[in-house]
Design a protein around this ligand. Structure first.
Ligand SMILES: [Zn+2]
Length: 162
């Protein structure tokens, strides 16, 4: 059973989530899920982060691939992440001229639920998808995907495109 730390029930944490789901949906290539899980497991007990590669078309994020990035927050690597901006720029350049672009950022929550935190929303961009991988004692617990709502002040869960 994944332990849910008290803070996830605090007002600050609850205020981050808009309970109605996003009107957009997401489709993951199987390997992209596998890659996020592998990265999250091998980084445990530290928090991993990385970039989401794909397209956003007609309200559907198509996730084709992911790319691990360095977590520059070494001091609090178990509960904070700061994505290496060089990794972003390098990948952005690589994708020029390809049909894919950077469409989101994933990270893991070691021994915490796959729900976004106040820190997560402070760094969130509109139009991006934010998968969070919950790791429980080194094993994958769950993945939930999030995106900013229309007002940009809360996260909505993004469901898998049926
Ligand atoms: Zn987080």
């Amino acid at each position: 059973m994944l332990h849910e730390p008290e803070r996830f029930r605090s007002e600050a944490y609850l205020a981050v989530i808009d309970s109605s789901p996003s009107s957009n949906t997401v489709q993951y290539h199987h390997e992209s899920i596998q890659s996020m899980e592998n990265i999250a497991k091998s980084t445990y007990p530290a928090e991993c982060c990385g970039l989401i590669i794909g397209t956003l078309t007609d309200g559907i994020w198509h996730v084709h691939d992911v790319r691990e990035a360095k977590n520059l927050n070494a001091e609090r690597a178990n509960d904070r992440f700061q994505l290496d901006p060089d990794a972003y720029q390098t990948l952005d350049r690589e994708l020029k001229g390809s049909p894919n672009e950077i469409i989101g950022v994933f990270h893991s929550h070691p021994d915490c639920p796959a729900k976004p935190s106040p820190t997560d929303i402070a760094h969130a961009w509109e139009g991006f998808i934010y998968p969070i991988v919950a790791v429980d004692q080194g094993e994958i617990h769950s993945i939930q995907s999030w995106a900013l709502n229309a007002k940009g002040d809360q996260f909505q869960e993004v469901t898998i495109h049926a």
